[in-house]
Ligand binder design. Structure first.
Ligand code: G3P
Ligand code: CA
Length: 276
């Protein structure tokens, strides 16, 4: 296959509710190169795989993740509902559907459990871990993450641990401060500076001066600025693009030579990249 590494956004979310082990297992089984996961810290300092600040969008519970202990989160069924509209692919068309919950294990997914699965699985699916709102917790998110990576042998020794020639783990954040902290605490773990609306005006300075190994723009930025990828590569940065879902965007990331494409549709992207 030519083209970018294919990373399944929040797991294979067209097949199973996001951030469930079922969604991650499915992505690994269909041969995705990696999986994307958002992590947040609970009140008692455990990293859990939950995208939103509140649990109500992906579970049958209520409350804010950072205000709840793990044992409280474990009372809720995650995967009981979906956070957002789910799209299914049909040829070149993506249509929205409402799926029934189909997850066998509704226990909140801890990062520990995901790492346990990923390191034991023969699929060697790589991990793109996004820290959510890390500035609120001073260094606690990064310290907990570094501790977990160390326990699973994924910290590296100044150099990334590699699976099939690529980093087994990358850490991403929209926060420049969080990227810097991660870089300081774990110089062997590659980082991705995610780029949202606020960072766009300073993109060239960021490319040249940032600590991150890679930049992570939304795919819309590439549509409006096709030189972006070449500029980033010239500055020595990889380009990891999210969220690549339409046929046109899949073709665009291939044509521009991006390094990693994060998608809700890993199977379709792999098929498209395999075509001549
Ligand atoms: O991979 C980056 C992307 O996941 C950022 O957006 O909202 O899905 O976390 P979000
Ligand atoms: Ca994310």
């Amino acid at each position: 296959m030519t083209g970018p590494e294919v990373v399944a956004h929040r797991g294979a979310t067209a097949e199973a509710p996001e951030h469930t082990l079922a969604a991650y297992r499915h992505a690994a089984e269909i041969g995705a190169d990696g999986v994307e996961v958002d992590v947040r810290l609970t009140r008692d300092g455990v990293l859990v795989c939950v995208h939103d600040r509140r649990v109500s969008s992906t579970s049958n519970g209520r409350g804010v993740v950072s205000a709840l202990r793990l044992d409280e989160l474990e009372q809720f069924h995650f995967g009981a509902r979906r956070a957002r509209r789910v799209d299914r692919w049909a040829g070149d068309e993506i249509t929205s559907v409402t799926d029934e919950p189909d997850v066998e294990d509704g226990l909140v997914l801890t990062l520990e459990r995901l790492l346990d699965y990923a390191t034991a699985s023969p699929d060697r699916v790589r991990l793109a871990i996004e820290t959510k709102h890390p500035t609120r917790h001073t260094r606690k998110v990064e310290e907990a993450l570094v501790d977990a990576l160390r326990r699973f042998g994924l910290l590296g020794n100044g150099r990334p641990v590699e699976w099939s020639g690529k980093p087994a783990v990358r850490v991403m954040s929209f926060s420049q401060l969080a990227v810097r902290r991660m870089h300081e605490l774990a110089p062997g773990v590659p980082t991705v500076q995610l780029i949202g609306k606020r960072l766009r005006p300073v993109r060239r300075e960021l490319l040249l001066g940032g600590d991150a190994t890679a930049v992570g723009p939304g795919v819309a930025l590439l549509r409006s600025d096709p030189d972006y990828v070449a500029d980033a590569h010239a500055a020595g940065k990889e380009v990891h693009v999210w969220t690549v879902n339409s046929a046109a965007d899949m073709d665009l990331v291939r044509e521009l030579g991006v390094d990693v494409a994060i998608t809700d549709h890993p199977d379709e992207l792999m098929q498209r990249l395999a075509a001549p």
